[in-house]
Design a protein around this ligand. Structure first.
Ligand SMILES: C[S@@+](CC[C@H](N)C(=O)[O-])C[C@H]1O[C@@H](n2cnc3c(N)ncnc32)[C@H](O)[C@@H]1O
Length: 138
């Protein structure tokens, strides 16, 4: 039996994206992170190399690539299902030549390239206050 997750559309930074339960719905406050990233990158010489860690549905990578036309982005996530959603968003916005996806734990898929990036951006998993208290005890 096939278990197809419900796909829905959301808008982020005036960009339409697909999300599913495999990835979090982008939060409005993440737009500030994207805005600051774009401002920073526009001041850097070309070619601009960006890493987006924990990309989820690819929201940050797609928004940066659409707004900084010569930026090249490598986006990573540990979750293969989340990366499948990101791949569809990258394809939808025709960014396959500038946004590359890699699966792995944090910097593992990039370890040989860490000195090449102009910007490393990350919106990591959220930890609630209750979860944080639990982490401190273990
Ligand atoms: C808060 S979501 C951020 C998604 C997206 N970047 C955004 O801003 O909406 C965190 C993402 O981190 C990924 N993640 C969790 N642990 C990870 C790890 N150790 N290495 C890489 N990605 C991880 C999850 O699969 C999830 O997609």
């Amino acid at each position: 039996m096939s278990h197809r997750l419900p796909r829905r559309r959301t808008e982020f930074y005036s960009i339409e994206l697909e999300v599913t339960p495999d990835c979090l719905i982008p939060r409005p406050e993440t737009e500030l992170l994207v805005q600051r990233s774009i401002e920073f990158l526009r001041q850097r010489p070309s070619p601009r190399q960006v890493c987006d860690l924990c990309t989820g549905c690819g929201v940050i990578a797609v928004a940066i690539a659409k707004n900084v036309p010569d930026a090249k982005v490598i986006a990573t996530d540990i979750s293969a299902p989340a990366l499948a959603v990101a791949a569809r968003n990258i394809e939808k916005h025709k960014l396959q030549d500038r946004v590359e996806l890699r699966q792995g734990d944090l910097f593992d898929p990039l370890i040989a390239q860490l000195d090449q990036f102009d910007l490393i951006v990350c919106n990591p998993p959220y930890v609630s206050a209750a979860e944080y208290e639990e982490l401190r005890r273990t």
